[in-house]
Design a protein around this ligand. Structure first.
Ligand code: ATP
Ligand code: MG
Length: 445
């Protein structure tokens, strides 16, 4: 993408109403535009990151054996009357009437709808296990939408639902989600800690929240600092192997990590004092096992191997896709701007032309741009007629992890400069070597 032809409405001033750094930088970097309280347009740069995050979520769900689909944003109220949640949900639910005076709502979540789909089409244990998910906009009429996309009213969520014949199988689905979520967050450059949580309106007593540690987080968290060192890395996990998946979960949940809702002071005090941490966290996901709560209320049953009919065992699992942009920025920035992890960056690399209009420099930049493109890497090429300082400031603000700087002085020696946004370290090398380095960094992204 050539910046001269892109739409990147960068703000020079700090927006006055943005209280936390991620919100400030998303506005300043021209990623989002607020349209109403808690409702945002996703401008091109923000949209690219959102799509990138969605892509990672999809890949890790499919890897775990889960099946993508899409349910609508609008739902009939009657489904929610069946589960009893139409009245329980309260003012967070946006209720709408259509022209025929039928009660509708903008879905805050999809347990009822997926249970309806299941009961219509599935009848036998032979069709299980089954996990369906979608990535769809939700609406919750939050009392205090704030912090930009972190607590919106309209927000993008991945929500998945497992259907299993018995509790053991449903707990395996729970564990599968825990492991796939851990890898999802790791690929986004995040350390998200699974913490025992309270279940709230979804119901059930088996639930973990995934929290990214950040001073601006809304949840108070208590944890053993050793938990932050745990990583899945590229360890292969066989998602069909119950014992193996349970074993991985155990590694992550044995160490103490809880939100304030489930915190137990006496257990906490058993951790060696130096490792006992109290902090704040951003909830980026939650998984639930709730058994037959919805299937019983809505008559979703299956015939088992011995011919009896039982309500299907279920759980639901959510990732805050749009909130993740904020969480990633909270975890990865400096005073100049965002520092995107390679996994989610909107463009893998930026090219800064130090002397736009100079034939040799322009040609070298064009050559680099095309060479990167040939390797499947779309650079953001700053080809504007601007001062170098302004170009650097824009690149730093929007946070691309790598920058290639091209100017007549370097080119005289056959060199360009490759700079890491994270470390600030620059290296001189030939344009070919720079392309090769970038290609290696993103191999397998
Ligand atoms: P919170 O406690 O932050 O209000 P929740 O527990 O009600 O969230 P869930 O029903 O668990 O939310 O939804 C799954 C995920 O969706 C959450 O972990 C969070 O990342 C995201 N999410 C929930 N509410 C919002 C919101 N208002 N804006 C953006 N993301 C949200
Ligand atoms: Mg939650």
């Amino acid at each position: 993408m050539r910046l001269s032809r892109y739409f990147l409405p960068v703000l020079k001033e700090n927006p006055a109403d943005a209280q936390i750094v991620s919100h400030r930088y998303m506005l300043r970097a021209g990623m989002i535009r607020q349209q109403a309280a808690g409702i945002y347009s996703w401008l091109p740069l923000g949209f690219r990151v959102l799509k990138r995050i969605e892509q990672i979520v999809h890949e890790e769900q499919v890897r775990a054996g889960h099946i993508p689909m899409l349910m609508p944003t609008l739902q009939p109220a009657d489904l929610w009357r069946e589960s009893g949640r139409y009245d329980d949900y309260g003012q967070e639910m946006l209720r709408i009437k259509d022209r025929h005076d039928r009660d509708m709502l903008y879905g805050p979540t999809n347990e009822e709808m997926i249970t309806d789909i299941f009961r219509t089409h599935v009848n036998s244990y032979k069709d299980l296990p089954l996990t369906l998910y979608h990535i769809q906009w939700k609406f919750r009429d939050e009392m205090r939408p704030r912090f930009g996309v972190m607590r919106g009213r309209e927000f993008l969520m991945k929500d998945g639902y497992n259907f299993d014949v018995d509790k053991d199988a449903a707990l395996h689905a729970y564990n599968r989600h825990m492991v796939s979520y851990l890898r999802t967050y790791e690929r986004m450059g995040l350390t998200a800690i699974p913490m025992r949580a309270a279940s709230g309106p979804i119901g059930g007593d088996n639930t973990h929240e995934f929290l990214v540690l950040a001073a601006t987080g809304e949840s108070e968290v208590f944890y053993d600092s050793a938990v932050t060192d745990l990583k899945l890395g590229d360890r292969a996990v066989d998602f069909d192997n119950r014992a193996e998946v349970a074993g991985v979960c155990k590694e992550f949940t044995t160490l103490y990590a809880r939100t304030d809702e489930t915190h137990d002071e006496s257990l906490f005090n058993q951790i060696p004092e130096a490792r006992r941490k109290v902090g704040r966290g951003i909830e980026v996901g939650q998984i639930f096992y709730f058994g037959t709560k919805y299937s019983e209320a809505m008559g979703a049953t299956v015939v088992t191997a011995d011919g009896s009919r039982v309500p299907v065992e279920m759980g639901s699992h959510g990732i805050g896709v749009s909130r993740l942009l904020g969480a990633i920025i909270e975890a990865s920035h400096d005073d100049k701007g965002i520092i995107w992890p390679e996994g989610v960056t909107p463009f893998p690399v930026g090219i800064v032309n130090l002397k736009q209009g100079d034939a040799g420099t322009d040609a070298a930049c064009e050559g680099l741009y095309k060479a990167l493109e040939a390797r499947g890497l779309e650079a953001l090429y700053d080809d504007r007629d601007e001062r170098a300082g302004a170009k650097f400031a824009t690149m730093d603000l929007i946070g691309l992890p790598w920058r290639i700087t091209v100017g007549p002085r370097g080119l005289a020696n056959g060199k360009v400069e490759l700079t890491s946004r994270r470390t600030g370290v620059s290296e001189e090398m030939s344009a070919e070597d720079a392309v090769e380095r970038i290609a290696q960094i993103y191999a397998g992204r």
